[in-house]
Every structure is written in structure tokens, then in C-alpha cells.
Design a protein around this ligand. Structure first.
Ligand code: NDP
Length: 336
């Protein structure tokens, strides 16, 4: 059983060498009466929150840190090989928390979702049809309270979550602009995902001028993925009664001391609602989400770009690549 082992707590930027690929000789099976499920992992997900689990910390309502010397864990798509749980049987496809290894024993299978629709790429269940898709859906529709015709800005817009927020907002009838870190990503935003405009934040000397160029009358909704300087500048450009959905702050994850946030007075002056959220609070909406999105995929109304790393050996590089923007679209690791 090939595994990706977490070597020890990380400070600063994570490196490939913070993980190592090893072969385990332990034979896995479902212990009698345990209620567990043995799975063969097919696809593993690289997600920014995994960086937070690489340090020794307990953020309230966040997942535990990884355990040094053990395989890292994360979202994956897997096939059931052996089941001790009444809800799952051999051959079922599932998505949920699993190990970065070829085979995993899932001890709390209730946390997994059974995959009922396999006529789409199965890797979508760690992206478009999985946690990131639900994040975009719940974040936009439940937290942003959008209205037709409003102006929407999304940072890290070409990523797993951002590309979907933009497409949901466009389908809903909003004016949508995204920022991303390369020309290739900006082209995707404009030409594949149908954003009204996009810019490369790494090439804009003056972020405030870039936002004023794209939003001469201001921003109604900001879908926040990055934090830091971008947030400080967006705060200067919000419209009256605007909303900021705080989804993530990837620019802060490698810092020992988070940067300060400036310009918060604008929340008062513009009566802006700024609200953080966690996708796990919205999983009860998953059936409704599938009902909405599956037809949109089949009708070609939604595009999804994935960045595929082949093999567990490529997992560590793929994961740390998120923090330099190496991934173009949803970063997936193919195990089998
Ligand atoms: P992405 O697929 O967007 O990958 C991360 C991207 O972030 C990189 O490709 C890079 O794109 C950008 N990035 C990396 N470092 C920086 C930096 N220092 N400053 C600005 N941008 C940076 O990730 P996801 O779509 O999966 O996640 C997006 C955000 O959503 C993250 O903050 C994540 O933590 C959050 N999230 C929150 C959830 C919740 O429940 N609240 C659930 C899921 C995700 P670029 O080249 O454009 O810089």
C-alpha cells in the first residue's frame, strides 16, 4: 500500500520534502463489527486548507492537524472493496475523507457521500461536484445574497472554487470580474468561463486602479479567496450595502503572523456585510446542489478545468504547487 507520509509540522512555505512516499506492508481489512469500509482510492484532492493542517494548531471548527509519521488525509473519490457498514456495499463509488494512499480503511463512512451519478468524470466529485463545488454554490447563493445585475468580484478566480463562483454568478445574471496570477489563467476566465473581465493581479502595479477600471461604480459582492493586500484594496471599492463572503485567505496560510487588515471603516461607511463561512455547514444542501448542477453540466452550461497529476508520487508537488499558483484549475491527483 503506497502512502504519502506527513513528515513533520511545517513553518513557512510547504515543500515537497515535508512529505514522503513510502510503501506500507500492513494488510488492511475491515475488523468484524467495526462498521468501517475498505476502499481503493481513485482520485485525491489538493486543497488549500490542507496547509493549515500541516501546523500544530487547533482552529475552532476546523479539522485536526496531520499526524507526523502517518499518511496525510483529504478528500478523495474511492471504490468500496469491503464493507462492514449497512449503507455501503462492495463496488460502490464514494467521495469523502480518505487517506493519501492506494487503499484506506475508512472508520467513519457516514461522512462519505455515495456517488449515484457516474456518467460524468469521477474526478468531478472532488471538484465541481464535491467540496469545492458546494463551497462555490453555498458561498455564492447562501452567503452573498446576490441580485440580478449586481457586480461581483472573485479572487483566485480560476481555481477549484473561483471558476464556479464566476459561472454561477454569470448564469444568475451578474456582471463578473476575476483576478488570477497568470496570463493563461486570465485568458481562461475571459474565454472559457465567460467572465466579463479579468486581470492578472501580479502584473497590476496599482490594484486599486485595476479594480476602479473594472468596477467604475463599485463592487456589490466580493467572493474572498486570498486575503491580504487584495482584501484591503477591495474594501476601498465596495458599494453601499455590499457583501463580502469570506471563503478563504490563501495569501495568509504560510505566514506565522497574519498580515493586518486595513480599511475596515469602509464596512461602516458603506454598510457592508462581511461574513465568513465553512462549506461543511451546508452539506445538507448537497442533493439540491446536484439537482441544479448536474443538468447544467450535461447541457454544457458549466465548464470545469482540472489540473491532473498522475500517480501518488506526484501528490506532494501538486499539493505544494497550490501556494505558488502552479495549478491551472482544480488540482487532482490520480491514484488509480
Ligand atoms: P485554488 O484551486 O484556487 O488554488 C489556490 C490558488 O490560490 C492558486 O492556484 C493561486 O492562484 C492562488 N494563490 C496562491 N497563493 C496566493 C497568494 N499568496 N496570493 C493570492 N493568491 C494566491 O484553490 P481552491 O479554489 O480550492 O480554494 C480557494 C480558496 O477557498 C482558498 O482560500 C481555500 O482555503 C478556500 N476554501 C474555503 C472553504 C470554506 O469552507 N470556507 C472550502 C474550500 C476552499 P493564482 O495563480 O491566481 O495566484
Amino acid at each position: 500500500n503506497k502512502q504519502v507520509i506527513f513528515r513533520g509540522y511545517v513553518s513557512g512555505s510547504p515543500e515537497e520534502t515535508d512529505m514522503e512516499v513510502r510503501e506500507s506492508t500492513v494488510t488492511l481489512g475491515v475488523p468484524e463489527g467495526s462498521g468501517g469500509v475498505l476502499v481503493k482510492n481513485l482520485y485525491l484532492s489538493c486543497d488549500p486548507y490542507m496547509r493549515l493542517r500541516m501546523r500544530k494548531l487547533d482552529l475552532p471548527s476546523y479539522r485536526d492537524s496531520f499526524e507526523p509519521g502517518s499518511p496525510i488525509t483529504g478528500y478523495g473519490v474511492a471504490r468500496v472493496l469491503e464493507s462492514g457498514h449497512p449503507n455501503f456495499k462492495k463496488g460502490d463509488l464514494v467521495w469523502g475523507m480518505t487517506g493519501w494512499e492506494q487503499y484506506s480503511l475508512i472508520t467513519v463512512p457516514e461522512t462519505c457521500f455515495k456517488i449515484e451519478h457516474s456518467d460524468v468524470p469521477l474526478s468531478y466529485y472532488i471538484g465541481l461536484l464535491g467540496m469545492p463545488g458546494m463551497t462555490a454554490y453555498a458561498g455564492f447563493f447562501e452567503v452573498c445574497s446576490p441580485k440580478k445585475g449586481e457586480t461581483v468580484f472573485i479572487s483566485a478566480a480560476s481555481g477549484a472554487v473561483g471558476q464556479l463562483v464566476g459561472q454561477f454568478a454569470k448564469l444568475f445574471g451578474c456582471y463578473v470580474v476575476g483576478s488570477a496570477g497568470s496570463k493563461e489563467k486570465v485568458d481562461l476566465l475571459k474565454n472559457k468561463f465567460g467572465f466579463d473581465n479579468a486581470f492578472n493581479y501580479k502584473e497590476e502595479l496599482d490594484l486599486d486602479a485595476a479594480l476602479k477600471r473594472c468596477f467604475p461604480k463599485g463592487i456589490d459582492i466580493y467572493f474572498e479567496n486570498v486575503g491580504g493586500k487584495m482584501l484591503n484594496t477591495v474594501l476601498l471599492n465596495m458599494k453601499l450595502h455590499g457583501r463580502i463572503a469570506v471563503c478563504g485567505m490563501i495569501s495568509q496560510y504560510n505566514l506565522e503572523q497574519p498580515e493586518g487588515v486595513h480599511n475596515l471603516m469602509n464596512l461602516i461607511l458603506k454598510r457592508v456585510r462581511m461574513e465568513g463561512f465553512l462549506v461543511t455547514d451546508y452539506y445538507h444542501l448537497y442533493p439540491k446542489f446536484l439537482e441544479t448542477v448536474l443538468p447544467q453540466i450535461k447541457e454544457g452550461k458549466i465548464e470545469y478545468v482540472e489540473d491532473i497529476a498522475e500517480g501518488l508520487e506526484k501528490g506532494p508537488a501538486a499539493l505544494v504547487g497550490l501556494f505558488s499558483g502552479r495549478n491551472v484549475g482544480k488540482q487532482v491527483v490520480v491514484v488509480s
